[in-house]
Write a protein that binds this ligand. Structure first.
Ligand SMILES: C[S@@+](CC[C@H](N)C(=O)[O-])C[C@H]1O[C@@H](n2cnc3c(N)ncnc32)[C@H](O)[C@@H]1O
Length: 243
C-alpha cells in the first residue's frame, strides 16, 4: 500500500514534543503579562501534541483548561500526554468554531490557519469579559536575508511587525505587549524534528523521502538565518473601538 502525502506528513510529525517554535517560558511570560487568574478558563487553540497545555496546567493548576486540535492523531497525543491532569480536556475539532467562553486563549503558531484578523474576530466572540489572547505569528523584516525570505515563501501573507500590529488592530484589538521568539524556541521544534528525519531515513522508506527532504530544506533555511526567521509572540486584548 502506498503512503498518501498526508500519511507521510503525519508519520514525520508523529511523537514530536511540539509542532512549532516555543518554550515554557513563553507561556509563563504571557500568563504574567496578561495577568491570567488562578481559576481562569483557558483554551489552547491548535494545541498540536499538547506541549503548551502541559505548561499551562502546571502554571495554573486550579484553572479549567481545554485544548482543541483538528488533526485526530495529534489530539490523541495531547490527550495521552495530559491524561494525569484532571483539569485539562482535549477536543478534536475546529478552533474556528468555538462554542464556549474563555478568559485566556493561547495559540502558538496556529492562528495563521484562520488569518490573524479573521481569527481574532472569531475568538473575540468566545472571550469572557476582560479576556485576552496570546498568539505567535511569523514576521519578516523587508531587509531580512534571502534565506529568511525563502523560508516564508509559502506564506505570502507574512508581514513585518508593523503589518502584524495593523492586522491585530483591524480586528478591533490592541497590543498589550509583544516579543520575538528566540532561537531556543525554534531549536525546541527543529532539533527533535531533525532527529526524527534522521531516524526515519535510516528506515530507508522511499515513500517518505519527499517529506523528509522538505523538512530538511526547511531546517537548513532556518539554520542559514536563525535570527531573521522570526515569530512574534503577541499579547492582545479587545480594544474599545469597533471590531
Ligand atoms: C504549527 S502547529 C502548532 C501546534 C502547537 N500549538 C505547538 O506549538 O506545538 C499548528 C497546529 O494548528 C492546528 N490547526 C490548524 N487549523 C486548525 C483548526 N481550524 N482547528 C484546530 N486546529 C487547527 C494544526 O493541525 C496544527 O497542529
Amino acid at each position: 500500500m502506498s503512503l498518501s502525502e498526508e500519511e507521510a506528513f503525519l508519520t514525520l510529525h508523529a511523537d514530536l514534543p511540539r509542532q512549532g517554535p516555543g518554550l515554557p517560558e513563553d507561556v509563563h511570560w504571557a500568563l504574567e503579562g496578561l495577568e491570567v487568574g488562578r481559576e481562569a478558563r483557558i483554551l489552547d487553540a491548535g494545541c498540536g501534541p499538547g506541549a503548551d497545555l502541559e505548561t499551562l496546567a502546571e502554571a495554573r493548576p486550579m484553572a479549567r483548561i481545554e485544548g482543541i486540535e483538528q488533526i485526530p492523531h495529534l489530539a490523541d497525543e495531547a490527550r495521552e500526554r495530559l491524561g494525569h491532569f484532571t483539569n485539562v480536556q482535549v477536543t478534536t475539532g475546529d478552533m474556528g468554531a468555538l462554542s464556549d467562553f474563555y478568559d485566556f486563549i493561547w495559540s502558538a503558531g496556529a492562528i495563521y490557519f484562520l488569518g490573524v484578523t479573521e481569527g481574532l474576530r472569531l475568538w473575540r466572540q468566545s472571550l469572557a469579559l476582560g479576556g485576552a489572547i496570546a498568539f505567535s505569528e511569523p514576521v519578516l523584516d523587508p531587509d531580512a536575508p534571502q534565506a529568511a525570505k525563502e523560508f516564508w515563501a509559502d506564506y505570502p501573507q507574512v508581514t513585518d511587525y508593523a503589518g502584524l500590529k495593523a492586522r491585530v488592530e483591524a480586528a478591533g484589538f490592541e497590543v498589550v505587549d509583544h516579543r520575538p521568539l528566540g532561537t531556543a524556541a525554534w531549536a525546541a521544534y527543529y532539533m527533535p524534528l531533525a532527529a526524527r528525519v534522521a531516524r526515519l531515513r535510516a528506515g530507508a522508506d522511499a515513500e517518505l523521502e519527499p517529506v523528509l527532504a522538505e523538512a530538511e530544506r526547511e531546517i537548513t533555511l532556518w539554520r542559514a538565518a536563525p535570527d531573521h526567521v522570526r515569530y512574534e509572540l503577541m499579547l492582545v486584548r479587545p480594544g474599545t473601538g469597533p471590531s
